[in-house]
Design a protein around this ligand. Structure first.
Ligand code: ADP
Ligand code: G3P
Length: 516
């Protein structure tokens, strides 16, 4: 009987496939690194054929390692790096340009002009819940249409397809039969009305995007078609789940109730707070996004993105040479002099939410002759917790203003569920709990993104109950409880906010709860 669930997690730096049992416990996995291309400063591209070949390879490998054939798979769930834009030929499936990655800043000028236009900015915010920023797909797509010879005319004739990575992979897996995406990925394009759940004609006009390019938008758990029989284990595997990676992680963390929040600590950090059926408009420069769409009903989230989380540890290792391996950062931090107040503001590529200061650059404060690599390592790990505290403070303020019931009535809201490579650091997780004054829960399955995709496929296959049902697949590995006195935590937070204020470019305040 087909009861296995296969998840494909196509991320920015790697592509993973995990085969899960019907109990949602991982059985086998495979992974490939994804080459990055930097053709100009601040440009980041991926080769579409690399994305495709790595995806196919890891799917086949995970099946082989799990000793399973395609026939035993009840559903494949696809989850992906979000916003990254691809355009391909509808007849051949060949991309007409490399994928323009979410980190790519080539359209910063166009976005700055848009931000200068109050009516256009308001339209973007109101319809999409986003801010005019190169991060999102719309201006990347427009760039491809304007810079690849003949692309715009071909798009208008309906000869081309646009999609995020999920949509591209689905098209390839189904042999070009299905051009579709899901609501969470559509929500990151800056072309989608998140309240109506439909592509928005005003935005298509604003960004000059022909509607003929766009994929059909489906629920996150849906019939997305079947894979070509020759591709996976000799069978046509049904694709039954799809979600952007941070939304999939929110499902993997079972943050099903309004007020529940998860943070994923990889290179950067993405925190999502479930706001239920209400799309809360942020007054603190957080994003409003679709958490998932099931049975045609949308659940929304507030999202905050931090650009440098694990990246600060990579900097300690590769930039400064202070450590040889990531895990040494925690050991070093534990030996730091507790009397020294050293702060690192890791604005290596500017600061994300709630500041959105692209021009700010990193800074170290509080150095003395007694400062050693231990205090710097501690400041680097602490910076991740301080930034999380800023995000959560902004979320709390938005929630209180936009959803007072959830703010008051969700006891789980005070617990932060964490995942991603960096949560291996017990030292950092303990400091996070200390600073937040709230429990921090680390689950047993840390691959929450793949877990979320498998969960969606399982719901569609009828093997799992949907989020409304009682019970959960989530299991705790460890809870970190706050052990620091509140006054001490507040004193440290005040020191951090002073450091941020001194790092921000002129005219910005250093208090994350000040409305914009
Ligand atoms: N024990 C550890 N302590 C601190 N940071 C760690 C530890 N292990 C891994 N990391 C950090 O976690 C990040 C990798 O996490 P991962 O979830 O794989 O990221 P991504 O998906 O963004 O590539 C790296 O930036 C690494 O520096
Ligand atoms: O691929 P990741 O894990 O770095 O996630 C990227 C995000 O989806 C970008 O929005």
């Amino acid at each position: 009987m087909a009861e296995l669930l296969l998840a494909l997690d196509q991320g920015t730096t790697s592509t993973r496939a995990i085969l899960f049992g019907p109990d949602l416990l991982p059985r086998a996995a495979a992974q490939r690194a994804l080459p990055q291309h930097y053709p100009a400063p601040a440009w980041v591209e991926h080769e579409p054929e690399d994305i495709w070949s790595a995806s196919l390879a890891v799917l086949r490998e995970a099946l082989a390692r799990g000793g399973a054939g395609g026939r035993e798979v009840a559903g494949l769930g696809i989850t992906n790096q979000r916003e990254t834009a691809l355009v391909w030929d509808r007849a051949t499936g060949r991309a007409i340009h490399r994928a323009i990655v979410w980190q790519d800043r080539r359209t910063a000028g166009a976005c700055a002009r848009l931000r200068g236009d109050a009516a256009a900015s308001a339209l973007v915010a109101e319809r999409t819940g986003l801010l005019p920023d190169p991060y999102f797909s719309a201006t990347k797509l427009a760039w491809i249409l304007d810079n690849v010879a003949g692309a715009r005319a071909a798009a208008e004739r309906g000869d081309l397809c646009f999609g995020t990575v999920d949509s591209f992979l689905l098209f390839r897996l189904t042999g070009g039969r299905v051009h579709a995406t899901d609501a969470t990925n559509a929500a990151r394009t800056m072309l989608f009305d998140i309240r109506r759940g439909a592509w928005d004609e005003d935005l298509l006009r604003l960004f000059r995007i022909p509607a003929a390019l766009l994929p059909e938008v489906r629920d996150c758990a849906a019939e997305f078609g079947t894979t070509e029989p020759g591709l996976l284990g000799g069978a046509a595997v049904p694709v039954r789940g799809m979600a952007g990676d941070q939304q999939a992680a929110t499902l993997g963390q079972a943050c099903f109730a309004p007020g529940m929040v998860k943070a994923t600590y990889g290179t950067g950090c993405f925190a999502l707070l479930n706001t239920g059926s209400v799309a809360v408009a942020s007054r603190h420069r957080l994003l409003t996004t679709i958490a998932w769409q099931l049975g045609g009903r949308r659940t929304y989230a507030l999202e905050g993105a931090i650009f440098a989380a694990g990246a600060t540890v990579q900097w300690l290792r590769d930039g400064l040479g202070l450590i040889a391996e990531a895990r040494e950062a925690g050991e070093l931090a534990a030996r730091a002099d507790p009397r020294q107040a050293v702060y690192l503001v890791p604005a290596f590529t500017g600061l994300g939410a709630p500041w959105w200061d692209a021009e700010a650059r990193g800074a170290l404060f509080g150095l003395t002759r007694g400062t050693t690599r231990a205090e710097i390592a501690r400041a680097a790990l602490e910076s991740v917790a301080y930034q999380t505290a800023d995000l959560l403070a902004a979320m709390e303020a938005d929630l209180a203003a936009g959803l007072p019931d959830a703010a008051a009535s969700a006891p789980e809201r005070r617990v932060l569920r964490v995942d991603g490579g960096m949560v291996a650091s017990d030292w950092t997780m303990q400091f996070l709990a200390d600073l937040l004054g709230a429990p921090v829960d680390r689950p047993t399955v840390l691959e929450t993104t793949a877990l979320g995709a498998a969960y969606l496929a399982g719901v569609q296959a009828g093997l799992r109950a949907g989020p409304e049902a009682a019970g959960t697949h989530w299991r705790r590995d460890r809870r970190f409880l706050p052990a620091m006195a509140r006054e001490e935590a507040e004193r440290r937070l005040a020191g951090w906010r002073d450091a941020v204020r001194r790092t921000l470019t002129a005219g910005r305040a250093g208090d994350p709860t000040e409305a914009c």
